[in-house]
Structures are given as structure tokens and as C-alpha cells.
Design a protein. Sequence first.
Length: 389
Amino acid sequence: MDFDLSPDHELIRRTVREFAEGEVAPVAEELDRTKSFPYEIVSKLGSLGLMGIPFPQEYGGSGGDTLAYALAVEELTRVDSSVAITLCAHTSLGTQPIYLFGTEEQKREWLPRLCSGEKLGAFGLTEPEAGSDAGNTRTRALQDGEEWVIDGAKQFITNAGTRISGVVCVTAVTATGTPDRESSGSPSKEISNLLVANGTPGYEQGEPYRKMGWNASDTRPLSFSECRVPRENLLGPRGAGFKQFLHILDIGRIGVAAMGVGLAQGALDQALAYAKERKAFGKPISKFQAIQAKLADMSCEIEAARLLVYKAAREKDAGRNFTLTAAQAKLKTGRLAVRCSEEAVQIHGGYGFIEEYPVCRFYRDAKILTIGEGTDEVQQMVIARALGA
């Protein structure tokens, strides 16, 4: 085993860390407070090649691997989760489906603009009646000649409503089927994925949600009413949507797990710096064993979780099955982010409750990491099935 990063991976870590500290950190609090989407930062991320890290250069990507992508997500989240989830959802959920399942024409049309950051990609899976039970999709797409007619609604969708949003991949029922869902593990209806470009008549983006955290990211409901798209907008084979989005969720879990590690590390960074400066009873509180124990536990758990995330990324890059490791990493790091941000707030005392201190924002941002991209309970189910339970 070699636990050292390659020179290329060290370079991307250093590059993104410098960018995050120099460009994101100075404006993160204001973006969160004003709930402003970070257009300028996204543009700079695109210029650095970070919006298309794991995609081939022939499509405008950077030609990196999953580990490079995870490192970039981790470093961004150390400073701000809103920026990180914008890149994460765009890459894992918005762009990956087109790269993995799209035709050559679809790739040529969308990937260069997505990888450059000119346009953002989104993934329309979750619905009011289809969250953890994603196979219960109600949105329908009926074929009418050379077009698909889409009707339905999606919720909690990231990156779909900005002025640079370009396309959303929508899961929809294209026919009812006969398989027994209980025995086969597949839905008893045919689900397919379709590309819908922003600006298509009948496709509307609702008002953004008022959220606990991720305030500078774009999250809103979507609606489709007799939304017509060309027959060629079908992504991959008809009826393959259920299998496609399960694979996309596996990939997305690596990115969200990297966010969990990054947020936990950022919380530790802030807590340690504050503990060294804050004095009580005549000495820095970092000298008290109660504080040292918290910092030590955080450090140990973060390092273990980081290695689990990197293992999942390496398994994917090696072409091995990574479903189990990705679910383990996502489960571990989401819980860790919540715990570490809470401990960081506790170490800050009363100041941890004040918005001017980053740990307050970290605490609000952490909870969604145990819900999005599959709840903790879904991860436990995935893990148990992989173990043969």
C-alpha cells in the first residue's frame, strides 16, 4: 500500500487550497448571509479547469481521475460548502450522466460547455413522493411522434435555476411494466432519463427554498407541463433510467463523502486556531485537557474517514465495484461532519453561536450531508445488502 498522493494529486490539492483560501474564504460569509449565488467564483473554477476534472480533454475536461476530483471537493468544503456543492452536483450529477450514457452528439453538444463552467448541469431525480424511494417516480414522459412530452414535478434540485444553468437530466416514467418490484429490486414501471435544456417551453424553475444551510447554492423545485423535447434527448437506452441513476448516485456519494471530510477538517482548523488564541484562567484553552481531547478525537476520526473516501475514489478509478465503499464513506463522513462542527461550536463557546464565525455556518451546512445523496438510513441499507444481510 502507498498512502502518499502522487505529485499530480498534490498539485491539485495545493492549487484548490490556495484558491479556496484566497478567493472563497474572504466572501463566504457575505455570500451565505445574502444568499447570493457565487457566479464569479464558478467562473474562476471553470477557468482553472475544476468544473470538469474527471472528464476527458477531448470533451473539454481536465483529464483527471476521481481521486483528483475528491481532493478538489474536500479542499473547497474546508472553506465553504455552498461553493463545494455547486461544483459537486454539477460534476457528479449534472455532467456524469451525459458523459456515461449520452450519445456522441449529446456529449459534443453539452460537455465542452459544462466542463468549462459556461453552463451548469443538474439532475432531476427527487420528487414529493420519490425521495429515498426513488423508483416511485411520478413524472411521466410520453412519446408523441418525434418528441417526448414531459409532465411532472421535481424537488430539492441543485443548480437548475441560475442564469448559467444549462441542462437538467430528468428521470421519468416512459411506460408501465410488469416486473415484480419486491422480487426483482426494480420498479414495476419503465423509467428513462431525458435531457431538458433550460428555456424549453413547459419547463419552469420554482422559487429557491429557504434552507438551513448551503445558502449560497441554488436549490429549488422544478415543474414540467407538456414540456416537449426531441426524441434524441433520451439518455441511453429507453427503460435504463433506474439502473443509470443508481450508478450516478454511487458516484455522487464519493463527492458528498469528500465534502464531509472537508467540512470536518475545516471545523477542526477553526477550532484549533480559536483554542490557541482564546484564553481562560490565564492560559489558552488549548492547554486544557478537555479541549485537547475534543481536538484529538476529531483529528483521528477525520484521518480515518479521509482514507475511506480515498479508497472509494481509487476503487472507482481502478474499475472495481465501489458501491459498498462509497456508501460506507458517505455514511461515516456525514455523521463526522455533524459531530466535528458541533464540537467546533462548543469549543468556540458563545462565539460559536455568532454568524461572523465560520463554525456557525459549518454547523448549519453539516446536517444535509446525512440526508442528501441518500439518507444515512439508505446508506445502511446499501451496506447491509452488499454484506449479504
